[in-house]
Design a protein around this ligand. Structure first.
Ligand code: ADP
Ligand code: F6P
Length: 324
């Protein structure tokens, strides 16, 4: 149990994710309702070092729950990876009276929060990333919106792919993780799904599948490729040359990070943001809010960052079974 908190800060860091605004709103309103003052820090750790800090009242977060992106903006900040940057970050917090900080982002952002906690600023991490690649939690804010956005986009590519009787390789985000690819692979009924965690694909097998499906009269062939595998454009060229089937690559890119958050993202983000404010009120520090086994919970950041997770094996096997 740590010291009593009077003023908290909130920032978003790393890649933005739909639902971050719902989380900010919940932090602000839950903290205000418990008598705390709240400050918003623009552009993640970069804005902290530049002292881009504003007071937030309940109205400052009005009309934000349905908005994509983050009203606090976000950034990546290499200076904050250094001990000097972290010392200065803690100093800036003290100068502005910020004794507790909610950091909404991914593992990298939590590593920064851990450093601030070690320097006496009570910090709580909230998992915000479309990639779902935070090991300590089954849910990350933004994933649900991103997979729904990608799914709709892939349905559209499929229409044109069918009309032209083409093969389409569609590359989805996820950094080194294959969660978005796996979910879209199932949801879009892809013929092949390439996952970085199961880097066992053989281009000849893909080629054979395409030729086989063509002989069976299939009008399209959708391959979902994860960003962690990449090289979709060169893969398309090789596949077209080997199969004689016109093949196009579509890299969905940043459209997957934008848009109004789904109901699920708004609700989970609201609960997680409020939970983070409560942890600060209780004097907790160096914790990450998580959703595990159907429950909201919190873990020590050190433990959270040492954890590993993998794609659910049964789901991967189901996905493969669906592609025959
Ligand atoms: P994410 O939070 O989504 O994993 P990044 O890995 O880009 O995204 O991290 C976001 C920011 O967090 C970085 O730009 C940097 O400012 C900070 N950060 C990342 N790793 C560390 C670290 N090991 N120590 C301190 N700060 C870090
Ligand atoms: O972490 C979210 C994410 O969109 C990843 O899926 C992707 O690898 C990365 O961020 C892209 O980062 P940037 O916006 O800097 O291009």
């Amino acid at each position: 149990m740590g010291k009593k908190i009077e003023t908290i800060g909130v920032l978003t860091s790393g890649g933005d994710a739909p639902g971050m605004n719902a989380a900010i709103r919940a932090v602000v309103r839950k903290a205000l309702s418990q008598g705390l003052k709240v400050k918003g820090i623009y552009q993640g750790y970069k804005g902290l070092l530049n002292e881009e800090i504003v007071d937030l009242d309940a109205r400052a977060v009005s009309d934000t729950i349905s908005k994509g992106g983050t009203i606090l903006y976000t950034a990546r900040c290499s200076e904050f990876r250094t001990a000097e940057g972290q010392d200065r970050g803690a100093e800036v917090c003290r100068k502005h009276g910020i004794d507790g900080l909610v950091v909404i982002g991914g593992d990298g952002s939590f590593a920064g929060a851990q450093q601030l906690a070690a320097r006496g600023i009570n910090t709580i991490g909230v998992p915000g990333t479309i990639d779902l690649d935070i090991s300590c939690t089954d849910y990350t804010i933004g994933f649900d919106t991103a997979v729904n956005t990608a799914m709709e986009a892939i349905d559209k590519v499929r229409d044109t792919s069918t009309s032209h009787e083409r093969c389409s390789i569609i590359e989805v985000m996820g950094r080194n993780a294959g969660y978005i690819a796996l979910w879209c692979g199932i949801a879009n009924g892809a013929e092949d799904i390439l996952l970085p965690e199961r880097y066992d694909y053989d281009e000849q097998v893909l080629i054979n599948n395409i030729i086989h499906n063509r002989k069976r009269g299939k009008k399209h062939h959708i391959i979902i490729n994860a960003e962690g595998i990449g090289h979709s454009t060169s893969m398309a060229r090789r596949i077209e040359a080997a199969t004689g089937v016109e093949t196009r690559a579509t890299i969905l890119g940043h459209l997957q990070r934008g848009g109004s958050p789904t109901c699920r993202d708004r609700v989970y983000a609201s609960v997680m943001g409020a939970y983070a404010a409560d942890l600060l009120v209780e004097g907790k520090s160096n914790r990450v809010v998580a959703y595990r086994d159907g429950q909201y919970t919190d873990l020590d950041i050190d433990q959270a960052l040492s954890m590993q997770k993998d794609l659910p094996d049964y789901v991967v096997r189901v996905a493969k079974a669906m592609t025959i």
